[in-house]
Ligand binder design. Structure first.
Ligand code: AHR
Length: 324
């Protein structure tokens, strides 16, 4: 049977319902020794994504996963196609980090229609359309609004100048961390009238783009003295652009960021970055634990929240050896 599912104004998808079976809640998962598991990664162009994929591979054997892992190379359309292919290969369960909030909705809906429980990993989808407990089992991940809040609070407490002129480097447009890290930071920082955000532009969570965008924004706003980047890769790119332009990150410009990569912790130790709020990529063990609890019939909360730390000059050296 073919059914047309409407996903908001712009997106519609046709799905086949297997033998007329449909699920009001998320599909069940049998208790088994081994599971065929799909992990549909969005891209592998930064250390965070590489560490996350490795965490799934490292967990596979001990969790009884026959892991099918794909890389969508930065394309939401390919990520949807990768999930289609996993469904065709008969996966029991899907772990999905959706690159953007809306374009990945069809993948979530199609997995459900095929009787496959989906766990959203590290990013979420549009909650006006897809809900935990109905379309997907749960979102496993950080509180991105809180991460933005914490970056802003560090800046408020540590900025010594009179006027903070901020350039914001946003993550991938339409992704949940870009939306929420912006909201969390902007709402908090603008409560302090020392600060002004003079430009906010996407660097797509990528180092090269972060560097290029910073170069351009520096010309338009030479008085900038704070950079807030939605992830460490863009922050490192921005530091490179600033240094090329003769600026001194950590001395005449404060850099605040999110993730906790090795390069960011090194930049903090070197005095070039002020803070990075942690966003852990090590989801493999958590995914195994939550999946097994779900199979055993335990009630899973709609949001399995990951608690994050904050890395500054006080503790960066203590954690660099475990960083990725
Ligand atoms: O979804 C989490 C974000 O995605 C990380 O902060 C970023 O580095 C990654 O690409």
């Amino acid at each position: 049977m073919k059914r047309r599912i409407l996903l908001g104004a712009a997106i519609a998808v046709s799905v086949s319902l297997s033998a007329g079976v449909s699920f009001a809640d998320t599909p069940p998962l049998a208790v088994k020794d081994t599971y065929r598991v799909g992990f549909a990664q969005m891209e592998s162009n930064n250390p965070w994504r590489i560490a996350e994929t490795k965490s799934f591979h490292d967990t596979a054997k001990s969790c009884g996963w026959e892991l099918i892992a794909t890389d969508a190379a930065g394309s939401a359309a390919k990520q949807v196609a990768d999930v289609d292919s996993m469904i065709a290969q008969g996966i029991d369960v899907l772990f999905l980090p959706p690159r953007e909030e809306k374009p990945l909705l069809p993948a979530v809906m199609k997995a459900k229609a095929a009787g496959i429980p989906t766990f959203l990993i590290d990013r979420s989808v549009d909650s006006n359309i897809a809900q935990a407990g109905e379309h997907f089992v749960a979102f496993l991940g950080s509180d991105f609004i809180e991460q933005g809040n914490r970056a802003a609070e560090w800046l408020i407490d540590n900025f010594a100048g009179e006027k903070g002129v901020i350039v914001e480097l946003e993550g991938t447009t339409g992704s949940s961390p870009a939306n929420d890290r912006k909201k969390g930071f902007d709402d908090r920082i603008l409560q302090d009238d020392r600060f002004e955000i003079v430009a906010s532009q996407t660097g797509d969570f990528a180092r090269d783009l972060g560097r290029q965008v910073m170069e351009t924004l520096l010309q338009a706003h030479p008085d900038v003295n704070v950079v807030y980047a939605h992830n460490d890769e863009m922050a490192i790119g921005a530091i490179q652009a600033l240094e090329l332009a003769g600026r001194k990150p950590g001395v005449d410009i404060t850099v605040v960021s999110i993730d906790g990569t090795r390069d960011a912790l090194q930049a903090i130790i070197d005095g070039k970055m002020g803070v990075t709020v942690e966003s852990s990529p090590f989801f493999g063990p958590l995914a195994c634990d939550v999946m097994k609890k779900y199979a055993a019939g335990e009630k899973i909360p709609g949001w399995v929240k990951v608690e994050d730390r904050v890395f500054t000059i006080e503790n960066a050296a203590d954690h660099i050896d475990e960083a990725y």
